[in-house]
Design a protein around this ligand. Structure first.
Ligand SMILES: Cc1ncc(COP(=O)(O)O)c(C=O)c1O
Length: 348
């Protein structure tokens, strides 16, 4: 008898590939909804209040994506021609289609940090605006945890030093916390400890937390009122979004605690990479759910091809760099298969 065994695809391209669970779908179906453009979606109002309170911030605005949330932050914090300091690998600089220059008419000034992280002294020497031929530095953006930086996190003391420099130079601090949940699990930091340092904080529910859609901008009541107008202008005013905020709320309640396991899986994989002869990795850089590794003599595309033949998907992050991202729909058995394949294919 011929048995056709279908191999499960192990999808490590991103933590955005997760699909809503049955329980999450149930929460969505049971949501009482209203029209959020009229401010009548009570579930969303409560959820925004709940998350703002969690982070110790005055108000929150649910938005369709992390990109919109970051862009709204820049819009409310800047005037056209201002300058924004950001680490050279920052998402706002690398992956938001040049939105800052188009939507806010600001200039992004990239600083070369360490694994996607800035340090306070870099800010001091980069601030401009004394002379009338210079742009005025207005905002510092940090990513916590980093994406292109490989999932690295800031310590509280690093964040506090950056905040201190911002205050000294009258700059706003924007925290791109697309994966703030992973950062908090990895560091033990409390939401309000981060919230009290940020002028604007962008957080996502659609990454490791596993909600299908949605992010939130957190800030002062005044900034959020302004952001709400621009969200509408940019086509992000939505109607019965209780369906989505119910999923996001479910994700915060039920999936946040699961992220620790993703970090263990990432470290296990990273250790296996370190033990191969054909691939290289900086183990210290693996701090959350993201693993960046070097593909040695092969190109990233060649290595992806080899993994692909075994039903394992990752993404290229440069000529000879690959990114694998762990999430709660990667299970123990998947990790075991990943390790077997890695050992088998890359020990030459
Ligand atoms: C650090 C960071 N910020 C912002 C975003 C943008 O999120 P979205 O894809 O929801 O626009 C991402 C997406 O991966 C990200 O990694």
């Amino acid at each position: 008898m011929f048995i056709n065994i279908v191999m499960k695809v192990i999808d490590l391209r991103s933590d955005t590939v997760t699909k809503p669970t049955q329980q999450m779908k149930k929460a969505m179906l049971e949501a009482e909804v209203g029209d959020d453009v009229f401010g009548e979606d009570e579930l969303t109002n409560k959820f925004q209040h709940k998350i703002a309170t969690l982070f110790g911030m005055e108000a929150g605005l649910y938005v369709p994506s992390g990109t919109m949330s970051n862009q709204l932050a820049l819009k409310v914090l800047t005037q056209p021609s201002d300058e924004v300091l950001i680490e050279s690998k920052g998402h706002i600089l690398q992956y938001e289609t040049g939105g800052a220059s188009f939507l806010s008419a600001v200039q992004l000034f990239p600083l070369q940090g360490n694994s996607g992280k800035l340090n306070a002294s870099q800010i001091t020497s980069a601030v401009r605006g004394t002379y009338d031929w210079e742009p005025e530095t207005k905002v510092v953006c940090v990513e916590h945890s980093t994406n292109k930086g490989g999932g690295t996190v800031y310590s509280l003391s690093e964040l506090r030093s950056i905040k201190h420099e911002c205050q000294r130079h009258k700059l706003y601090l924007h925290v791109d916390g697309a994966r703030i949940w992973n950062a908090m699990v990895a560091t033990g930091q409390k939401p309000h400890e981060i919230g009290q340092l940020a002028d604007t904080l962008s957080i996502c529910f659609s990454k490791g937390l596993g909600a299908p859609i949605g992010s939130m901008l957190l800030s002062s009541i005044k900034n959020i009122a302004k952001a709400r107008r621009f969200r509408k202008m940019w086509g992000g005013g939505m109607r019965q979004i209780g369906l989505l905020t119910a999923a996001a709320d479910y994700a915060v309640e039920h999936h946040w605690p699961k992220l620790a396991l993703d970090h263990i899986h990432a470290k296990t994989f990273a250790q296996t990479i370190a033990e191969t002869s054909a691939l290289q990795i900086d183990l210290d850089s693996v701090q959350t759910n993201i693993v960046l590794f070097n593909t040695g003599d092969r190109t990233a595309i060649e290595v992806l091809d080899i993994f692909g033949k075994h039903g394992i998907k990752m993404v290229p992050f440069g000529q000879s760099t690959v990114r694998a991202t762990f999430h709660f729909q990667i299970e123990e058995a998947d990790v075991n298969r990943l390790i077997e394949v890695t050992k088998h294919c890359f020990n030459t």
